[in-house]
Structures are given as C-alpha cells and as structure tokens.
Write a protein that binds this ligand. Structure first.
Ligand code: B12
Ligand code: SF4
Length: 469
C-alpha cells in the first residue's frame, strides 16, 4: 500500500503569485531539509523551496507543511486557504507560528509552536492516524543532541550549496531589533560529531556539492572553545569552501580566525548594522565598534575570507549627515559585500515595542516587514532621506567600477599560502561568490526597494494582516 504524502514548503516569495520574483541565495535555509530529516518513514516526503519554484497546487500530497518567516505570514494564510479548499491538511511551523500562535492557529489545521525536533515525529504519526491535534507545543530550549541529518537529497538542484546545518542555536547578545530577543532562548551547542555527520551526510550529491557547506548559526562564536573545537574537526574534512556567521567581536580572537582558514572558510556573514555609534547603541549592539571595522575586515581579507555584512538604514539615531557619509565610510572600511536593508521592527522585539508605543508604525502590512519597505517613522530622518540614501549607497557601492576595485582589493590582500593550484581555486571560488552577491544586491535593490520607495515612502496604513499587538 502506498504511503500518504507530505509536502514541506518553505515559503519565501511574497509578491503575489501573479508576479513572482525568484531570487535565491546560493544555499537554502535549513528548516525544510531539517523537518524532512525529522519526518518518520510513515509518509513519503517532498520539499519545495518557493525561492526556487512556484507552489504546485495540483500536488497529490495529502499533508502540506508550511515553514515561513514573519513577512511571509500573509502569504502563508493565502496558501493555506487554497490548499485547505482542495481538501489538504495544512500544518504551520517556524518562528512566526511559534511567536504568534494565536494569530496563526485559525488559518491552519495544525500549528506547531517551537522547535520541530521533539514534536514533529508525533505530529506525523497523529496525521497518518487521522487524529492530529490543533496545536503541538515543543519543549522550550531543549538540548540539541541526537538531531538526525537534514535531507539534502530533497533540496532542489538549483541551490549551489545544499549542505547547510547549524552547530549552535541562540545568541549571547540581545540586540533590540533581532528576532532572537522575542523569546529568551538559551545559547545551545550541538554535539560536534552530530555536526560533522551532517556535513558528511551527502551521499547521492555530485562531488562539487559535497565539498561546500554553510553553517547557518546566528552566532557561531557564542562559545569560543566549542567553536574552535568544531572548526578543528571541520578542517579534517578538507572542504573546498565553508560559509559561517558570527558576531564581530569574534574576530579579535586570532586563533578563531586562523581556525576558520584551516576549516576552508571562504565567506563570513557579519552583522555590521550601522557605521554610526549612537545608532548601534540605540539597538544595544554594543559588541560592534565602528573604529574597529576596517582593521577587522582587513584581517579577514588577508586570510582570503570574503565578508558579507548586513547593514540597516533608518535606525533611530541615524541623522541626515550620517546617511550622506555612508558611501565614503564604506569605501574606507571596505567590506566585500553589503546586504543593505531598511530597518524592520520585527513584531515581538524590543525595537518593535518602542516604535509601537511611540505611535511610529506607519504600515501594518506584515508582508512589508522584509527590509525593503520603511514601515515606521525613524526618530530623526525622513522616509525620503532613507530611500535617497539607499539609492546613493547602492548605486555607489555596486557600480561596476566599485565592484571591480573591491574585487581586486579582496584578491590582492590575501596572504598567499598553500600550493599554487589550491590558491588559484580558492581565489576563483571567492571571486565567483563575490560577483554573485554583488550582482544580486544591485538587482534586488532595483527590483524591490526602488519600487517600494516609488509606491509611497511613508507606506500605506494597510491592514491586510495587521501586526499583532
Ligand atoms: C538562511 C537565512 C536567510 C536566507 C533564507 C531565508 C529563508 N527562510 O528562506 C536569506 C539570506 C534569504 C535571509 C534573508 C533575510 N533574513 Co534571514 N536568516 C537566515 C538564517 C541565517 C538561517 C535560517 C535557518 O535555516 N535557520 C535554521 C532553522 C532550523 O531554524 P528555524 O527556521 O527557526 O526552524 C526551526 C523552528 O522554527 C521550527 N520550524 C521551522 N519551520 C518549520 C515548519 C514546520 C512544519 C515545523 C513543524 C517546524 C518548523 O523547527 C525548526 C527546527 O527547530 C536565520 C538565522 C538562524 N540561524 O535561524 C536568519 C533569520 C531567519 N533571518 C532573519 C531576517 C531578519 C532576515 C531578513 C529580513 C534580513 C534583512 N533585513 O534583509 C531577510 C529577509 C528576506 C528578504 N527581504 O527577502 C531573522 C528573522 C526573520 C523573521 N522576521 O522571522 C533571522 C532569525 C536572523 C535573526 N537573528 O534575526 N535569511
Ligand atoms: S549578535 Fe546577531 S544574532 Fe546575536 S542578538 Fe545581535 S543580531 Fe541577534
């Protein structure tokens, strides 16, 4: 007898199904492959990343599991409504469903609150028995041992780097805009052998995909002894390239940086957020020191590690003078690539609480809380100034001339080590990632952010899916 089918859909596009915008990161998020890995063999599993392909409403799946971030919640409700109308059972999980279950529950058949690991196998058993409950709550901050490997075999071939995993969860910091501040989840580490097993659970993938991996931790460096021990083990895998995320202060530890190199780290994602000290202080990002940025970026460049750094505009202490100065300051500190976004008051965070209490929310359409829209009134600068700065920074930083100059600085800064063939390979790899990131950022700004600015910088008082109080 054939097994029932479960389709896991990781939502991403939120522009309405009539005008899809497919712009995918080289690596998928972990949630879909991980939930697939946790699924007992009672059901057949399919995985669909909406970043890559449209939702197939003609699927023969019996159960549809949706994973989504805050800004995809309105879209999730619409997708659930369509599938439920077709007689499918729809299950929701993920950060938003876990933070605002009361909002989500009425739109879904089943809602999973919290991390999937300890509850998902039971949910699937109950679904197959036809006895699923309405809500399942996972234990809070449970230990991370014994998590099975993600199902990389189900990840779409369009992702260049399907091997993604996490070694830790949580963060020791409490930046007021960060989703992690919504619940005070403790910083936890996974057993190192489990992480190594994930990085090698790659049977069936082509060789080049087995040799590249991303650690999607919020902050890999939250426990330095652990991070170093893990990197030593990863070094033994002789990967071709590794990506990792950690906070800026980790870069003061030279041994950590050296171990990143030995683990073949080619890209580091760092939350720079702002080049303005008062803005950093306003969001409690005190571990970032503007005067250290250049030195720390240079340190990574010398080691042949490309930096991809997140930066937000419109924070409460941003001034018109600061916004004007950003292109020049970026040239000085020279990060290889910048993910420029408009600050988002993510519902549930202290930052959201402040702007809400001060009556500064101007747009309550949650689908706009993705970093391309300005949904609140910053304290000092106007919406027009924020978008104007966005345009100027983006056009300057991602002009062909700037891209080429930065690429050369990245390549020329490396202290060469190892044999010529591996040096050449490493340089080709970081160059390819650098160019892809640069082109993507330029393109995304043009397609999404300029459009949102044109649609009305102050945002509409839309109430399609109001932000929960
Ligand atoms: C990879 C990643 C991305 C990728 C892909 C995102 C995607 N989901 O498709 C990219 C680079 C595109 C991205 C972009 C952004 N991201 Co991002 N990203 C991440 C990152 C690093 C990893 C996500 C991941 O795989 N996590 C690991 C999985 C296992 O965790 P999880 O999703 O929470 O899943 C667990 C539970 O929630 C639950 N679960 C999840 N789904 C489901 C489904 C079911 C059915 C069940 C039962 C359970 C369940 O079980 C899982 C296991 O316990 C996280 C940080 C992190 N480590 O989580 C940030 C994070 C998700 N991103 C965040 C942000 C803010 C953004 C941006 C808005 C940043 C910006 N300003 O531009 C943009 C938004 C995109 C846009 N404008 O288009 C925030 C939160 C966002 C939110 N509002 O919820 C995070 C948490 C970072 C942070 N510390 O604040 N991001
Ligand atoms: S350092 Fe990063 S992950 Fe940690 S709280 Fe701040 S923004 Fe969030």
């Amino acid at each position: 007898m054939s097994r029932p089918k479960l389709q896991i859909i990781v939502l991403f596009q939120n522009l309405g199904e009539g005008r899809p915008y497919y712009a995918h990161s080289p690596a998928p998020p972990l949630s879909g492959a991980l939930v697939a890995g946790l699924t007992p063999p009672l059901v057949e599993v399919e995985l669909l990343h909406e970043m890559i392909r449209p939702i197939d409403y003609a699927t023969d799946a019996d159960f549809i599991a949706l994973s989504f971030m805050d800004f995809c919640y309105p879209h999730a409700c619409e997708v659930a409504r369509k599938f439920r109308k077709l007689g499918k059972t729809v299950i929701a999980g993920g950060r938003y469903a876990s933070t605002f279950p009361r909002e989500v529950i009425p739109h879904m058949d089943v809602t999973v609150v919290g991390e999937a690991e300890k509850v998902w196998p039971r949910v699937v058993e109950d679904l197959v028995r036809g006895k699923a409950g309405k809500v399942y709550e996972a234990p809070f901050g449970a230990p991370l041992d014994g998590i099975p490997p993600p199902r990389y075999d189900l990840v779409e071939p369009q992702f260049a780097v399907p091997i993604v995993t996490e070694a830790t969860r949580g963060c020791k910091y409490r930046c007021s805009f960060c989703q992690l501040t919504v619940q005070n989840v403790p910083y936890r580490t996974r057993p190192i052998p489990d992480v190594i097993r994930d990085l090698t659970a790659t049977a069936g993938l082509p060789l080049h995909k087995r040799k590249m991996a991303m650690l999607l931790d919020n902050n890999l460096g939250g426990d330095m002894d652990y991070a170093k021990a893990l990197l030593r083990e990863i070094a033994k895998l002789k990967l071709w390239g590794l990506g990792a995320q950690f906070s800026f202060d980790c870069l003061h530890d030279d041994e950590f940086v050296e171990l990143l190199v030995r683990a073949r780290c080619g890209m580091a994602f760092l939350g720079l957020e702002s080049l303005n000290e008062p803005s950093l202080a306003s969001v409690h990002k005190n571990q970032n020191k503007v005067h250290e940025y250049k030195e720390l970026f240079d340190k990574l460049k010398r080691k042949g590690i490309l930096t991809f750094t997140g930066m937000m505009l419109g924070l409460d202490e941003d001034t018109p003078e600061y916004l004007e100065s950003i292109p020049r300051k970026l040239d000085e500190i020279d990060p290889s690539s910048v993910l420029l976004s408009i600050s988002i008051p993510i519902p549930g965070t202290p930052f959201h609480k402040t702007v809400e209490e001060e009556g500064r929310i101007v747009d309550r359409d949650l689908s706009h809380y993705e970093g391309d829209h300005l949904v609140f009134r910053p304290r000092i600068v106007t919406a027009a100034q924020v978008f104007d700065a966005f345009r100027k920074i983006n056009r300057h930083f991602y002009s062909v001339k700037s891209i080429l100059k930065r690429w050369w600085r990245l390549v020329a800064a490396q202290t060469w080590r190892g044999d010529p063939a591996s040096r050449l390979f490493h340089t080709a790899m970081i160059s390819a990632v650098f160019l892809k990131l640069s082109i993507f950022q330029r393109d995304h700004a043009e397609k999404r952010v300029y459009a949102s600015a044109a649609a009305g910088a102050e945002g509409a008082e839309a109430n399609r899916a109001p932000v929960p109080p």
